[in-house]
Design a protein. Structure first.
Length: 783
């Protein structure tokens, strides 16, 4: 692909200031690549000034890790737009008849001096000729042998430039050859150029790193450090997700900013594109080019659809090249790629949003900024849009959320009921297609009774008011803070039969899934609940989980958080079929994950856990591939369990398994009890998200007494097993006591109960494995 590359003529076309800045940027790029301080690179002054100064100066106490176009720690560049022959080079270095003082200073530091010409192409003979003239100019210096001299013509500048695509994009803009849609580092977020763009941070934990499992969320600065660390390695791929308006693009921009945190990524090695714009070359072509040239570049793709992300991910992973990919979620999509390096951003704190408003709207008083931030729920896009509709002297403190919503929606325009009705209709679904081939406005029109041409006109007006977004033929009312409110009104105003008559048509299966996605945000809406329940009735598309298509399965996963009790009942009916409740079910993994989420509430725990048990007993002991038991055991962890079920309820479940006559239940109970006995280093990679519910990570002890009671109850189970006439149960108890003894003795605060076990079952050395563990524990205490 030649479209990215420049020619020597392009170098020549740069003016004096731009040529000097180019050399300065290239020096910065080389320093950033070697993680050296940018403060050691300076440039300034007029090119033609005969003041003996340097146009670009590199003076560093740090060792160059890989000297390249900057050959030494101290290197001075004299940059000239015009041709510089032997005589001109000689003259440039003299002050009268003597070498310029700066040359002696550089030689004292064993540095290098380089003359740069934006016009010359040098053959070997021409280069030697110029170097000879430069050498003659410093022959009188006593330390001349310590000074390295060189000459860079436009051909060598071009070779240097090819190493840094971001700097190349900057040059293309300067010479009037920008690539469509591609940008070097800069203000990628939509901050107006005249306004302050400082990144605002606080201690609010709103960033989740999938590779850390479900540990505590990170602050923004911690999240930035995590992403920077991930993107330092070759072939690294990270995806940023989050709803519209939470600041994903600004977060990505901050990764390369020198003022934020430590060890920023090199901004000269990054290029950016918004896939919502027309790109030339395409993202795929750009990645192929960077791979072919083994370019050490981080390519940032905003609004990147999942299919494009997957395609590029596979190419980069297979290439073993230096390229890195940072993609930002495609807001309108209903699909998400499966990968491990996902950074999810939640809305910011209200304090942060209020501060942002005070900066963007300095004439807006703090009280109004706080009120808008509260209404926005931490969504910066909603807050900025609303603030733009507020007069300086207004007081918003007495306005209700409904009044604020009307202000945001109507935006000083005349109230138009038909426009509001169209917006409600378009918000029924997560996204819609307006292409001629798949014009979903026709179906939406039949649901609402609004003509498709009216819906088309009104979706365009929503775009103009910045409360909708477009990606190609796709449209979506966004952010969700607005679309969810509109959808709630739509569900109140439309009969269920009106909606289902259209959505149940086979050709509208995608619309059904998109509507289910919208419903997933509205678990507090009685109308949304009623609609969801209508989809699982006999004769409806989601009535029989055993016959679900992939789209139906996705629909069910969307509505289950809205109607958890009904969803659980439906699965209970389906699990009466042994083939369904087994690993033979091609969708067992999805149903198991859903049941684990349904087990979050104490009232549903036993029902969900018993269904999980049905699936779990069909896999062999020790199964490692998508193990159901491994997913199930997390529910019995002291921390990160993903359930609010009480300790007594969970311990009773384990006890019931041991009281059964099913040997497979013993195997499962052993795993669950072992997990419950864990006393440190808890980890979980399960998702705690469930629709729009605000969930924690599960019950955990809040006092030392609750901590002790947890382990005391578990040790009681172990003692019951030791008393059993069943040798299998006795063996299980002994194995668990030995393997967990150290942690229990040190951390459980139940030493007296452990002593009783030792006295009753280990006296006279009859339990050598236990005594060995006791000895090891004692040795650890001694150390």
């Amino acid at each position: 692909m030649k479209s990215l590359e420049l020619t020597v003529e392009d170098i020549t076309s740069l003016n004096d200031g731009d040529l000097r800045e180019l050399i300065g940027r290239l020096c910065e790029a080389e320093f950033l690549q070697q993680q050296l301080p940018l403060a050691d690179v300076t440039w300034g002054g007029a090119q033609e000034a005969a003041d003996g100064g340097l146009d670009v100066s590199v003076d560093s106490n740090s060792r160059l890790k890989q000297p390249n176009f900057i050959p030494r720690n101290c290197t001075g560049f004299q940059v000239k737009k015009h041709s510089m022959g032997k005589a001109a080079c000689h003259k440039e270095m003299l002050d009268g008849s003597n070498p310029k003082p700066i040359l002696s200073e550089i030689a004292d530091k064993k540095g290098a001096y380089i003359i740069v010409s934006g016009k010359d192409d040098c053959s070997d003979k021409m280069l030697k000729d110029r170097l000879a003239g430069m050498q003659e100019a410093v022959n009188s210096l006593t330390n001349k042998d310590d000074l390295q001299l060189d000459f860079y013509g436009r051909d060598r500048i071009l070779s240097w430039l090819h190493l840094y695509p971001s700097v190349t994009l900057w040059v293309r803009q300067k010479v009037g050859k920008p690539l469509s849609g591609w940008k070097p580092f800069g203000r990628w977020a939509a901050t107006p150029i005249a306004l302050e763009d400082d990144f605002i941070t606080d201690d609010h934990r709103c960033v989740s790193d999938s590779s850390l499992g479900n540990q505590n969320s990170l602050t923004v600065l911690e999240g930035i450090k995590a992403v920077r660390d991930k993107l330092r390695g070759n072939n690294s791929i990270v995806r940023i997700t989050g709803v519209s308006g939470v600041g994903k693009t600004r977060f990505a921009q901050a990764l390369f900013e020198q003022e934020i945190g430590d060890e920023p990524l090199p901004y000269t090695n990054t290029i950016y594109a918004d896939l919502g714009e027309d790109l030339a070359p395409s993202a795929s072509e750009m990645v192929d080019y960077l791979i072919a040239n083994n370019s050490d570049t981080c390519i940032v793709l905003d609004n990147c659809p999942p299919d494009i992300h997957r395609t590029l991910q596979k190419r980069i992973a297979a290439s073993n090249a230096k390229i890195k990919l940072l993609s930002i979620e495609y807001d309108i999509s209903t699909d998400k790629p499966e990968e491990t390096q996902v950074i999810h951003i939640e809305p910011a704190s209200e304090d942060t949003v209020s501060l942002l408003l005070q900066r963007r709207f300095p004439k807006l008083n703090k009280t109004n900024c706080d009120k808008i931030a509260e209404f926005s729920g931490g969504n910066a896009r909603v807050a900025l849009a609303l603030a733009d509709q507020v007069d300086i002297n207004e007081n918003l403190s007495q306005l209700s959320d409904e009044e604020l919503f009307k202000r945001l929606f109507h935006q000083r325009k005349q109230v138009d009921v038909s426009f509001l009705e169209s917006a409600e209709t378009l918000s029924l679904i997560y996204s819609f297609d307006i292409s001629n081939e798949n014009n979903e406005l026709l179906a939406l029109g039949r649901i609402s009774g609004i003509e498709s041409k009216t819906l088309y006109r009104h979706q365009a007006e929503l775009l103009r008011r910045h409360i909708a977004q477009k990606r190609g033929n796709w449209r979506a009312v966004l952010p969700h803070a607005i679309s969810n409110k509109l959808a709630r009104r739509a569900f109140e105003n439309l009969a269920i039969s009106q909606i289902n008559t259209e959505l149940f048509k086979e050709e509208n299966e995608r619309l059904l899934m998109s509507c289910a996605h919208r419903v997933s945000y509205l678990h507090n809406s009685l109308e949304a609940q009623a609609l969801a329940e209508s989809w699982i009735q006999e004769g409806a598309p989601l009535y029989n989980p055993a016959t679900y298509s992939p789209i139906h399965l996705k629909c069910f996963s969307y509505i289950a958080p809205v109607i958890p009790q009904a969803a659980l009942y439906l699965l209970e009916q389906a699990c009466q079929n042994a083939e369904f409740a087994s690993r033979n079910n091609p969708n067992f993994n999805q149903f198991v994950g859903l049941l684990r989420q349904l087990a979050y509430d104490d009232e549903y725990f036993n029902r969900a856990a018993n269904l999980l048990l049905k699936f779990a007993e069909t896999e062999k002991d020790g199964e490692r591939n998508n193990s159901i038991v491994n997913w199930m055991e997390n529910l019995f962890s002291l921390y990160l369990s993903g359930t609010e079920a009480t300790p007594n309820k969970r311990q009773a479940f384990i006890r019931d398994l041991f009281q059964s006559s099913n040997p497979r239940y013993y195997e499962i109970a052993k795993v669950l009890l072992n997990k419950a006995l864990q006393t440190s280093s808890w980890r979980s990679f399960a998702s705690f998200e469930f629709g729009a519910h605000k969930r924690g990570m599960g019950w955990q002890p809040s006092t030392q007494e609750e901590w002790k009671d947890w382990y005391s109850g578990l040790i009681d189970i172990l003692q019951e097993l030791l008393h059993s006439d069943d040798t299998v149960q006795v063996d299980i108890a002994k194995q668990l006591i030995v393997s967990n003894f150290n942690g229990l003795w040190v951390n459980s605060r139940c030493c007296s109960k452990l002593e009783d076990i030792v006295k009753n079952y280990g006296k006279d050395g009859v339990w050598p494995e236990l005594w060995k563990e006791i000895k090891s524990t004692k040795a650890n205490f001694t150390v």
